[in-house]
Ligand binder design. Sequence first.
Ligand SMILES: Cc1cc2nc3c(=O)[nH]c(=O)nc-3n(C[C@H](O)[C@H](O)[C@H](O)COP(=O)(O)O)c2cc1C
Length: 312
Amino acid sequence: MTPAPKPSLDMSVSVAGIEMKNPVMAASGTFGYGVEFEDVVTLERLGGFVTKGLSREPMPGNPPPRLFETAAGMLNAIGLQNVGVQAFVSEKLPLLRKIKNIVFFCNVFGHTQQEYEEVVRVLNDGEGIAGYELNVSCPNTACGGIAFGTDPRMLSDVVSAVKKIATRPVIVKLSPNVTSIPQMARVAEEAGADAISLVNTFVAMAIDAETRKPRISNVTAGLSGPAIKPIALRMVWEAAKTVKVPVIGIGGIGTAEDVIEFLLAGATAIEVGTVNYWDPCACESLVDSLAKWCLEHRIEKLSSLTGGLQLG
Ligand SMILES: Cc1cc2nc3c(=O)[nH]c(=O)nc-3n(C[C@H](O)[C@H](O)[C@H](O)COP(=O)(O)O)c2cc1C
């Protein structure tokens, strides 16, 4: 008897012209510069990963306490600690270049539009980077500290300025701390974004009732993890309905079902953040459980699920 043909499964996705083996990416700030995970994760099995946010100058971040676990979530106010773009290019990039078949994006931020441009100019000279992810949740110190991503004009200006000089695709990572996600998604697309990713963390806080002090030295912090998933899912659905460029879903993703829900809402790929803190191998395990889910549900082409939400 001839054996039954093995079911075929294609998990590949394409985001802004970048081909990835599967839609599972590790999110910025939860996966270091990638190299730190090399011993525990087979990096080439991931769809991709995003580096910690890079700024023009190195930044020490905020004083502790800067992490606090909440019900089903995590608060962080790391303060964008990073080695600075020059050290990334001279010290981290050569290590990443030694690892074959990986896809990684550099997360970029600045305190002024010029700083974003300067970081991108430095990265343009580095080799092996698939693209840039702009963190626009950062306050613009030249405009009273309002976050770039919460003001349509500032968002448009920073995205167009970066697009003019970037030699690689630009993903714009939207802030969820806005009234209208469709409006911000449209602004980013019109300014030239090749893809958008959402969501970044939600501004939140926690207080210690005994000491009457904030749990985080910065007082306010960003909420992430399973607690934010339903809100992130709604925002991804709203954004994907609005723009034509690919959407990358982020927020509380930890299981294969979570990934499928984000794809159905319209995402082409997803990023996994906080779960990496509980299990550093979470992204790689997720690739396996996603493949299992697809085989069990007789899905042959994972990308066919994108936008497949059934209404009514
Ligand atoms: C400790 C920590 C640091 C982060 N640093 C960055 C960063 O540097 N740049 C950025 O764009 N997002 C950063 N994020 C946001 C995550 O990339 C992600 O958008 C957010 O945590 C939501 O996903 P999650 O619920 O899966 O964690 C950080 C998140 C955490 C928890």
